[in-house]
Write a protein that binds this ligand. Sequence first.
Ligand SMILES: *[C@@H]1O[C@H](CO)[C@@H](O)[C@H](O)[C@H]1NC(C)=O
Ligand SMILES: *[C@@H]1O[C@H](CO)[C@@H](O)[C@H](O)[C@H]1NC(C)=O
Ligand SMILES: *[C@@H]1O[C@H](CO)[C@@H](O)[C@H](O)[C@H]1NC(C)=O
Ligand SMILES: *[C@@H]1O[C@H](CO)[C@@H](O)[C@H](O)[C@H]1NC(C)=O
Ligand SMILES: *[C@@H]1O[C@H](CO)[C@@H](O)[C@H](O)[C@H]1NC(C)=O
Length: 936
Amino acid sequence: MKLQCRGEMSGDSNPPSRNPWFSNTLILAILIAIGLGLHLPEPVSDDYPRQFEVGLQQCRQRRATPTQVTKGRNNPRWNRGTGQQHPTVLRNVTLFDGQGFINEPVDITFLEGIITSIDRTTENTSSWSRETVVYQLEGRFVTPGLVDMHSHHLLMPFPKLPSTNDVNEKPLLGPLTPFIRAIDGFKAYDPTLELIASGGVTASLLLPGSGNIIGGQGYVVKNSRPTSEPLVERLLLEDGLPPNQKQRYLKMACGENPKSYGHTRMGLIWLLRQHLTRAQELRQRQDQWCRNAERVENSVFKGFWLGRFQGQNGQFPDSWELEATVALLRGQINLNVHCYEPQDIERLLAVCKEFNIVPRALHHALEAWRIPEAIKDFDPNITIALFAENAFYKHEAFDANLRAGKILSEHALAVAFKSDHTGEKLHSKYLLSQASLAYSFGMSADKALQAVTSVPARSIRQDHRIGYARVGYDADLAVWDAHPLAVGATPAQVFIDGVPQIGKPTGAATPDDSRLALTDFESRTPNMRPALLNTTDALCKSLRSTTRPILFTGIKRNLLSVSSSQRGLPTVLAMFVHHGKIVCLDTTEKCQMIANSQYNDVLTLHLENGHVTPGLIAVSESLGLIDIAAEDRTGDGKGEPSLHEEDLVFAQYGVHFDGPTYQRARIGGVTKAVTIPLSHAGLIKGVSAGIRTSGNISLPDAGIFQGNIALHVNLGQGSKGKVTPTISVAVKELRAILAATHSKGTIFAKAASGEIPTVVHAYNKYDILRACKVKLDFPATNIIIHGGHEAPLVAKELRKAGVPVILTGNRGAPEYWDKRDTLPGPPLSKSAARVLTEAGVQFGIAIREDWHLQSLASEAGWAAKYAKLNDQEAIALVSTNIEAILNLKPTNGGEQSGDFVVWEGNPLTGEGSVVMSFDDTSTISACWPDSPMAVV
Ligand SMILES: *[C@@H]1O[C@H](CO)[C@@H](O)[C@H](O)[C@H]1NC(C)=O
Ligand SMILES: *[C@@H]1O[C@H](CO)[C@@H](O)[C@H](O)[C@H]1NC(C)=O
Ligand SMILES: *[C@@H]1O[C@H](CO)[C@@H](O)[C@H](O)[C@H]1NC(C)=O
Ligand SMILES: *[C@@H]1O[C@H](CO)[C@@H](O)[C@H](O)[C@H]1NC(C)=O
Ligand SMILES: *[C@@H]1O[C@H](CO)[C@@H](O)[C@H](O)[C@H]1NC(C)=O
């Protein structure tokens, strides 16, 4: 190693050398000072001058905020080896650019991971070289790659296992862990990356969990697996940038989650203030050190003062434990706070004010819609990072509102939708569907799409690179097979840093790949669901107390199962209803004639785009049995594991009939539900009940349309309990129950004889196969699979055994080990519904979360799109198929259960509002349930 002279080593930060005359003067001055009996220069230890320099550097760093380089930049993630090689053109696209839709077709060109031009589409292609990869998109929709500002993938990869879960650092380091870094828990192998990218989500802020008041530091990644070696750093959005250009992120949480340490909210806020005070003191000591040090540095007598400075100030005061919190106080770290309820937000912001901190975003914030002005007063630039639908799972999520996005954005607050990605139900892949739902519930189209693109990009201060499709931005783009706000819109292709992600997991496109597997393309712009007609509030009240006959006109679609006599009718119909029965569904003239000639006081409701469907049927594992999943005292309780008939839990004796989940069910046109008892792990779950959702419960049936619907059993991980410690024991015990002789009329006897179905809750293909075997060995039983994530893999066997499926995995994910072969779904594979349809398996669709019930029809619409089912077959998935599979008894002797729903708009596309639902008690079970005033 070559020895270097001092000047070469120290670079810019070296103090300017002084001329000899000056030094001589200095020596003279010192001699005079000694002569005058002043202090001698104090000794300086050998390594102190270097430490002093490092301290001064710290001082400069502590004053800086990261610079965002926008002009003439490259994509820092691009590299010659694996980056985008060929110029690429997305030709003739309808572009949402992050702000709004460009009103003419454009061509987007990108090279080396950067968008280089966006021009109006012309016939003139002479500027394209032979190297250029051209995608002819014929008007398809393109958006910037979506940005998810709150996800936990890589920290808890699929399939989830305790050994790979690194989300919350607790409890050993206590509730304040600003010093931990999410990146230290990342797994670059997480298969979820491909799944998430295939949903068009190209960048995600990955945060530590919310178990601590200060949870630690987050990082933004691109959801593109490194093609060379699986290095975590290669995933970072800011990989390749110098440190002074990198953003930092800190996670905090208030409310219920950090309480798990045993603290109250009062104690939590105290701990936070105490911690911030310590950091503030450190910051003051640092600032004092810097002021003093800079005075010495700038002094002509630096050599003289340095020794004394060392004696009095020592090294730059710092603390690894407090470093991130001090950075927060200095405004150098973007604060993201998990906080739900108005008073929690208020108290948190009060502490922020005390310490002069401004959070970038409030996350989850399901009840922020109640205090938009207060939040805006605190800071108009705070982003509210919301769930569009997810709600009710704990007390602080109980006052959620499907119109929160609309309300907050109308108050000029920035709204983002985020996934959380803690499991299948919050799958980041489907982030866009939250924008679609919020739009359906009244948020403007531009705001809804901004909420998954430019708003989160701005909130995480990356809006100079991502969140927009504009010249100079990273070439992260998604091409969609439908309008991005349409239910079920799915990418046809996704680019990250200019590299196509679908179908080419290993590298860049080459000029002969210029074709997308172009799926059918639906160009129509969806509509919001219509809001309440002004007259109907009073009208609904008056109707409740009468049995007035009603004539609906303007029915454009009849999605009831059509009897032969109704084929060939004109496209616009009328429907005449009396005593909850359809008296006439025919031409307007015919129904009008019947109404006018035989009835008095007919109410006529004119619809513009009327739809009639059967009442939808939900199969739920909680509706009416627990209101708040996290609060045991809001529910019926859980059955203890047992194999005895006398210990069976019957849902019909535990249900109640109010709360916001029922309201969402009514908004969703759900008139009936099959509710399954809650149970601890074990073989036997209990006996499901058929309940009505109208909320109008009266004797004689007290809301129950069928008391005992099916015997439910777990077969799989859910069966491992006290009495059946292994899955194998559970299978054996199930077979024993079906083989035994039971006294007549018992549930076990009915299940064994097939008088009631035996619903087997199973996800794994082998468990499903075992259930099929049970059916073959006990042909009298009526075995039904509930769940069925891996059912597509054994579809032929299901068909052969005649076992139907109630699929909860319509958009399933390989969330757990026993579900790890779940099909990823379009665009990576066929959908589960498609495979089951093609194999001829009888199936219906259920959703596991009651907060999603308003979307039951659009979930069916989504399934139908990829299974290529028509609208009637789609509605059947969530109505008549369920009825047939579970053998539900029509209570009024009709063809169906007798329930039907009149909609304005098409419910399968999220564009329909319920006008009226009728159930088989011959009453109106819901009348415009989605009033804009209602909190749902
Ligand atoms: C096509 O564009 C090129 C440059 O992009 C230009 O030189 C040429 O004149 C154009 N041709 C026509 C026919 O407009
Ligand atoms: C763009 O796509 C539209 C819709 O398919 C088509 O009508 C039009 O001709 C295309 N324009 C060009 C320049 O290819
Ligand atoms: C909010 O953001 C805008 C745009 O970045 C900025 O000009 C403004 O100063 C910010 N307002 C506050 C109160 O920080
Ligand atoms: C409907 O009611 C809303 C609120 O009550 C009112 O603002 C609006 O003007 C009304 N519209 C019509 C057409 O009466
Ligand atoms: C509830 O249902 C009963 C019939 O079961 C009916 O008489 C009553 O009017 C209904 N009440 C309301 C408020 O809808």
